[in-house]
Structure formats: structure tokens, C-alpha cells
Design a protein around this ligand. Structure first.
Ligand code: IPD
Ligand code: CA
Ligand code: CA
Ligand code: CA
Length: 266
């Protein structure tokens, strides 16, 4: 059986080491490249950080498999065994433009079941962490289970592009939710937005398209606290594919699916 306590301890040590490396890069010139489009950015530091984790994991756990955004890991067709799903920097645009509001995100799964979730907001020194069955912590603070709130009292994380004209949806579909919610916020890092649900700073988060490494750690944290993570249709998420994501406090999830998301062709 896997020693989750030891794996968790190592993963946290490596996250802190990687974060030192990332902070040191603030005073250096970044190499910035684009990927799928002009706003899809990657830097030498994203790549170096992913390689750092892969080297550590391969050295300590040669039987574990790794999926990383920058492609230095394995390409998987199933989630058998122990799989680390890593986003070395979630919020690269923030990293480049703001030097804050980005996170390291690591979800560790066994046969598709989330066992360890780590999201580290590097600049604010906020480590969200969980081992399945042992609750969720923000640094040393134990976080309470998530209770229901109504839409009228909810702050929802959402990128403004989802209410503009775009290829994926009719912009009018999300407008009633934007109107009825107490507030809408956009932080530019899916991992941080999910971590903020864990700590109660947000109540829900919606995205039309995310990759497995954006969500792998966040869903472990939220489900551990009793929250619900599905696609916008309310279907289970597939960690081998891109998904839409709707993640929220338990009763709020049901209310929004039924009253606002049911009519969408997501
Ligand atoms: C991005 C961030 C962003 C989300 C994008 C992601 P990256 O991840 O999480 O908030 O809106 O869809 O791709 O590229 O900075 O790791
Ligand atoms: Ca990226
Ligand atoms: Ca990401
Ligand atoms: Ca990334």
C-alpha cells in the first residue's frame, strides 16, 4: 500500500523548493513563448518547474506516472496505479504580468481516486493541502466543511470571456446567473479560484473549458470539504480529457444546475 503521509511530505517539500526557484526568477528575464494562440503563454520557468517535479518523482517513485501541462511527463490512456497530475504554474499570464496570483497545482490519484491535493499560492505563501479522509488545511489552519448558500449571497468565480460572444456558448445563457449572484470575481488561475472555494472566499467557480492539470488538485480539496465538482451539465469530470467545470458548495451546486445551467448546450 502506498505511504500517503510520506508522499505528501515529499510533495510539500518539492513544492516549497520549486517556489523558491520561481521567486528567484522574478529578478531575471523570462523567455516567453506562445502555444495554441497569442494569449496562451508559457515561459522557461513553467517548463523548468515541471521538469523539477518530474525528476524528483521519477527518482523517488519510479512506478508512479505523471501528467504535466508542458508535456515532459507520460501520455496516459488510463488512470491505473498512482498518477501525479501537475500544473507547474497555473496562471502563467498573471505570473508574467503581475508576479502574483499564480499557483503550483498537484493532484495525486490512485486508480482514478484523488488521494492528495496541493495548491500553493507562491507569492501569498498559502498552501492548501489535503490527504483524502483527513480534511483540508490552509497552511496550518483546518478548513470547515462547506455549507449551502443561495445564489443571491454567492460570490462566483468566472472569466468574463464566458459572457461575451464566443465559439462555445450563447452569451445570454450565463447572464441571468451573473445578474442574480451577489458578485462575480475573476482571478486568472483556476487552481486559486478552486482553492478560494475551499477557504470560503468564493462560493462557486465556472469555466467552459479546462485541462486535467487545471482541476486535478482543486477537485480533491473541494470534494474533501463536501463540495461538488462536475461539468456544466452536472456530469462526472474526465481527468484524461478537457472538461467544462462547475464546482460549488453542495446546495448551491444543485440550485445553479437546475435554475441556470440546465438549458445550456455546453
Ligand atoms: C489557465 C488558468 C486560467 C484559465 C485557463 C487556464 P495556465 O492555466 O487556469 O485561469 O482560465 O483556462 O488554461 O495556462 O495559466 O496554466
Ligand atoms: Ca498554460
Ligand atoms: Ca493551468
Ligand atoms: Ca500552467
Amino acid at each position: 500500500m502506498a505511504n500517503w503521509l510520506e508522499i505528501d511530505k515529499n510533495a510539500k517539500t518539492w513544492v516549497k523548493e520549486a517556489s523558491q526557484m520561481i521567486k528567484q526568477s522574478f529578478s531575471k528575464t523570462l523567455t516567453i513563448e506562445t502555444k495554441s494562440n497569442a494569449n496562451d503563454l508559457v515561459t522557461n520557468i513553467d517548463k523548468r518547474t515541471e521538469q523539477f517535479f518530474i525528476n524528483k518523482i521519477n527518482d523517488h517513485y519510479p512506478n508512479h506516472r505523471i501528467v504535466g501541462e508542458e508535456g515532459f511527463g507520460d501520455s496516459l490512456s488510463n488512470l491505473d496505479g498512482i498518477v501525479w497530475i501537475i500544473d507547474p504554474i497555473d496562471g502563467t499570464m498573471n505570473f508574467i504580468h503581475q508576479q502574483r496570483n499564480f499557483a503550483i497545482s498537484i493532484g495525486i490519484y490512485e486508480d482514478g481516486v484523488g488521494q492528495i491535493g496541493l495548491i500553493y499560492d507562491v507569492v501569498h505563501d498559502e498552501l492548501y493541502h489535503s490527504i483524502k479522509g483527513n480534511g483540508v488545511f490552509l497552511n496550518d489552519l483546518s478548513l470547515p466543511r462547506l455549507e449551502d448558500v443561495n445564489v443571491s449571497e454567492a460570490i462566483i468565480g468566472m472569466n468574463a470571456t464566458w459572457v461575451t460572444e464566443n465559439k462555445r456558448i450563447n452569451p445570454s445563457l450565463l447572464a441571468p446567473l451573473v445578474k442574480n449572484a451577489r458578485g462575480i470575481r475573476s482571478y486568472g488561475s483556476a487552481a486559486i479560484e478552486m482553492a478560494y472555494i475551499a477557504s470560503g472566499r468564493l462560493d462557486a467557480y465556472i469555466s467552459l473549458r479546462l485541462a486535467p492539470w487545471d482541476i486535478a488538485a482543486g477537485i480533491i480539496l473541494i470534494e474533501e470539504l463536501g463540495g461538488i465538482a462536475t461539468t456544466l451539465k452536472g456530469q462526472p469530470l474526465d481527468l484524461l480529457a478537457e472538461n467544462s467545470l462547475f464546482i460549488a458548495r453542495p446546495g448551491l451546486h444543485e440550485e445553479i444546475i437546475q435554475k441556470y445551467l440546465n438549458n445550456g448546450d455546453w
